[in-house]
Design a binder for this molecule. Structure first.
Ligand code: PMP
Length: 436
């Protein structure tokens, strides 16, 4: 049964004539019958063009940490934009945001950007300029945006294309990427201590950076094993490699100071985006004094027409006000844990082998096995088609996680006890329906 009602269907037919596949980001294409058109959101809910209401656990792929259309954030942006939005000069709000970010994230210097893609692209350039080296390590199943350099062995890759664990192959995930770029990337399975150490010890002289999602935010939220990020940190220090932590999904979501605070690890460069703006476009490249000061007008490039623009900056300031003044993430963790525990219990009672992954504000689960997945290859051992059947049963009943189990469930402050209870009731029904 299609997810589209009549109005959605006719809007999608219009869109399909105008945009490739009728969408503005490939990740939003769920096929001709199931691609939705959303007309509004409020708190934990979104409504499609046919007025069907969903409890939203995608939250725009993670940014909406406070809830859709949060009044204080909207008001701050409305007030800020009445006097112009962009001046090709700095604004006082940018200075205030930089002060707050350096304090909350314990970084020396920041530069603003608009998207996670942009922030990660700049971070890699800075790392290369800082070290004078060109290659970098990235982990299978990690995603760092749409920049050509990073589109290898992401969670969109086919497991079969990755080569052996011992000798992984960088697997390109799009046509149109110059063949030569695979020379610059060394891919490794996440959470493999030995492989990481051996690779760095053998190849450090070529390595500008190790870039990592500290928790696999594009692969069900798989957690780092204790000591893994610490090993990465110490190898980077020993060999002068820039450790880039991509906190686009974890920043302002697993702690106000992100994974650096949660796991107590200080990277050399960090990238933030999503939750910082509660849905408005804003991103950050941040880090240690000497690495960040590699950026140099005329010598090492960073910039953009919209970097530091009034809209994103105002949204970030308003979001940070709330994150700092109220126990937002503490509440989200409590509600998220209740949801995770409830789902775990329902799946156990139904006799469906599964393993819950991630942290309560960004979590997932794997079906068809009860073994804890430690990397993307493990994740691929799960039963994807069972997951998809379950998720579609949920969506038809008004609960909206992503259709793909690699994309985590995201929690926001507006998912309160009542919303969690309702979700668990629907989850119970959906599980029964796929068993039947
Ligand atoms: N890094 C990570 C970890 C991400 O999850 C994403 C987007 N999902 C990006 C970078 C790219 O961010 P954007 O879509 O804002 O370009």
């Amino acid at each position: 049964m299609s997810l589209q009602g009549e109005k959605t269907k006719s809007m999608y037919a219009r869109a399909e004539k105008l945009m490739p596949y009728g969408i503005n980001s490939n990740f939003r294409y769920w096929g001709k019958e199931d691609t939705l058109v959303i007309t509004r959101g409020a708190g934990p809910y979104i409504w499609d063009a046919d007025e069907k209401k969903y409890i939203d656990y995608r939250l725009g792929f993670g940014p909406v940490i406070l809830g859709h259309g949060h009044p204080a954030v909207v008001r701050r942006v409305q007030e800020a934009i009445t006097e112009g939005t962009i001046f090709a000069w700095m604004t006082p709000a940018e200075i205030e945001l930089a002060e707050r970010l350096t304090r909350i994230c314990k970084v020396d210097k920041v530069r603003l950007a608009n998207t996670g893609t942009e922030a990660c692209m700049h971070a890699l350039r800075v790392a290369r300029a800082y070290t004078g080296r060109e290659k970098f390590i990235k982990f299978e199943g990690n995603y760092h945006g749409m920049n050509d350099y990073f589109l290898f062995s992401t969670a969109s890759s086919q497991a079969k294309s990755l080569g052996s664990r011992r000798s992984p192959i960088p697997s390109v995930v799009s046509s149109g990427i110059p063949r030569g770029l695979s020379e610059y990337v060394i891919v490794l399975p996440f959470n493999d201590f030995e492989r990481l150490e051996a690779t760095v010890r053998a190849r450090w002289g070529e390595l500008a950076a190790i870039i990592v999602e500290p928790l696999m935010g594009n692969c069900a939220g798989i957690l780092p094993r204790p000591g893994y990020l610490e090993l990465m940190r110490s190898l980077c220090t020993e060999y002068g490699i820039v450790m880039i932590m991509d906190e686009v999904k974890t920043g302002f979501r697993i702690a106000n100071g992100g994974a650096q605070e949660y796991f107590n690890i200080q990277a050399d460069l960090v990238t933030y985006a999503k939750a910082l703006g509660n849905g408005f476009p804003i991103a950050v490249i941040a880090g240690k004094e000497d690495v960040m000061m590699t950026i140099h007008p005329g010598q090492v490039a960073h910039g953009g027409t919209y970097t530091g623009n009034v809209v994103g900056t105002a949204a970030a300031l308003a979001t940070l006000d709330i994150l700092e003044e109220q126990p937002v993430l503490k509440d989200i963790f409590r509600h998220g844990k209740k949801l995770m525990d409830g789902m775990d219990e329902i799946l156990t009672e139904a006799g469906i082998p599964h393993h819950m992954t991630g942290l309560p504000s960004i979590f997932g689960f794997i079906l068809g096995t009860d073994r804890e997945p430690l990397d993307f290859r493990d994740y691929c051992e799960g039963d994807d088609s069972l997951y998809e059947r379950l998720v579609f049963a949920l969506i038809h009943r008004g609960v909206m996680p992503d259709g793909d189990g690699r994309e985590p469930w995201f929690m926001c402050h507006a998912h309160d006890d009542a919303v969690i209870d309702e979700t668990l009731n629907i989850f119970n029904d959906a599980v029964k329906s796929i068993k039947g």
